[in-house]
Design a protein around this ligand. Sequence first.
Ligand SMILES: Cc1cc2nc3c(=O)[nH]c(=O)nc-3n(C[C@H](O)[C@H](O)[C@H](O)COP(=O)(O)O)c2cc1C
Ligand code: SF4
Ligand code: SF4
Length: 426
Amino acid sequence: MADLKCNTAGIISPNPFWLASAPPTNTGDQIMRAFDAGWGGAVWKTLGEPIVNVWSRYGSVDINGVKMMGLNNIELITDRPLDVNLKEIYEVKKRYPNHAVIVSLMVESKREAWHEIVKKAEDAGGDGLELNFGCPHGMSERGMGGAVGQVPEYIEQITGWVKEVATVPVLVKLTPNIADIRYAARAAKAGGGDGVSLINTINSIIGLDLDTLAPNPPVNGLGSHGGFCGPAVKPIALNMVSQIGTDPETLGLPISGIGGVSTWRDAAEFIALGSSSVQVCTAVMHYGFRIIEDLVDGLSNYLDEKGMTMDELRGASLPKIRDWKELDLNYKVNARIDQEKCIGCGLCYTACEDGAHQAIFSRRREDGRTFVEVKPDACVGCNLCSLVCPVDGCIDMVEIPTGFDPCSWEQYQSGEGKLAPRPAGH
Ligand SMILES: Cc1cc2nc3c(=O)[nH]c(=O)nc-3n(C[C@H](O)[C@H](O)[C@H](O)COP(=O)(O)O)c2cc1C
Ligand code: SF4
Ligand code: SF4
C-alpha cells in the first residue's frame, strides 16, 4: 500500500485527508471519532468572538434526484464557548499526537485580538493555524471573513500580525469571491503565511421558495445570501488551486485543497494540481466519517497502479495546464458513433443540430428508432454529442491526422505555423 503520509507547510498527518473547518469539526468528540475512522487531520470549526446562529441554516441543490450536489449555508463560526473548544483541542491532541489538529481562527481586525487568539490556540496544542478569511456571509458584514479575504492588503496585514507571534505553521484560507485568486495568495505569502487553503464557500442565493418568494433557507419569512459548496464547486476550486500552483510568484507555496471533494478521484485531482492535503466538508455532512475508508484505499491503489509516490503525484498536472494560445490548432478529432451500442434515442442529433454544428445525419428507421451518423466534413469535434449520449462508450472522439505540424495561435499569428483546413463555415 502506498505511503500516504503528508506534510502540508510543516503540518504532518498520516494521510492527506483532513476534515474542513465546519460542522463535522464542531467538537472534540466528533474529531476523535473521525480520527478513529481514519482521517489524517481536522481543521477545528472556526474559533472567535461569541456569536449567535439562526436556526434554519442550510439549503441544497439537488440534480436529477441526486441530493446535495451543492450545499448552501448561512451558519457563522462556532457558537460554543472558547474555553470549551480550547480544552477539547488539548484533549484531542493528547490522545491523538500523530494526527493533525489545525485551529481555524477569525477575530476582529485588531492586532491584539489576533495575538491573543493565536496564543490561546497554540497553548491548546494546535499543530497549525488556519486564518479564516473566507466566510462570505454574516461575519463579512462585521468586517471579518470574506471582507478580509477580498482585499489583498488586509490579508497581508493580518497574516503579518499572526506571524509576529505564531510558532506553528499558518495556513491562510482564501475566499473564492474575488476576481483573481492569485493576488490573494501572493498577499498571504507576502504576509509570511506558510501556505494557503482554498476554497471557502462561494457567495450565493441557493434558490427561492416560490410560494413565499423568500430565499432558502427561510428564517421566519426572510433569507440571506450564503456560502455555496459541495460537488458543484469542484471545478472552480480546481482552477483556483492550479492558478496558485502555476503563478511564478507563489510557486511551491504549500496548498491545502478544498471544494467538492467526495471521492478519492477528486482528491487525486487536487493533489495533481499541487495540493499537499485535501479537506472535506459537504461529503462528510452527507455520508459521514466512514467515507474515509474509500478515500484512503482508492488513493493508495491509484498510486500503486501508477507506480507513483505522493510527492510524484503532487503538481504532476501543472505542466499540462497552459494558456489557450499555446494549444495545438491542428489537433483534430471527430465524433464516431458505435452503431452496435447506439439505442437510437436521437439525443446526439438534437444537441448537434440545435446546439452545435449540424454535423449529425438522422433518419427514422423501420423499427421506429432513430439512425444517426456523423458527417465528418461538418464535425468540429466539439464533444457535445458524446457528452449527451446516455450510452457509455457509444460515441468516441477519434483523432484524425491532418498531416500538418502542430500550430498554436501564437505560432499562427507570428507566421511560424500553418493551419490545417477546417470545415467550411465553422
Ligand atoms: C455548514 C458549513 C459551515 C462552515 N463553517 C465554516 C467555518 O466555520 N470556517 C471555515 O473556514 N469554513 C467553513 N465552511 C466552509 C468549509 O470549510 C469548506 O471550505 C467548504 O464547505 C468547501 O468544501 P466542501 O465542498 O467539501 O464542502 C463551512 C461550510 C459549511 C457547509
Ligand atoms: S462533436 Fe460536436 S460537431 Fe461533431 S457531431 Fe458531435 S456535436 Fe456535432
Ligand atoms: S445519443 Fe447515443 S444512443 Fe442516442 S442516438 Fe446518439 S449515439 Fe445513439
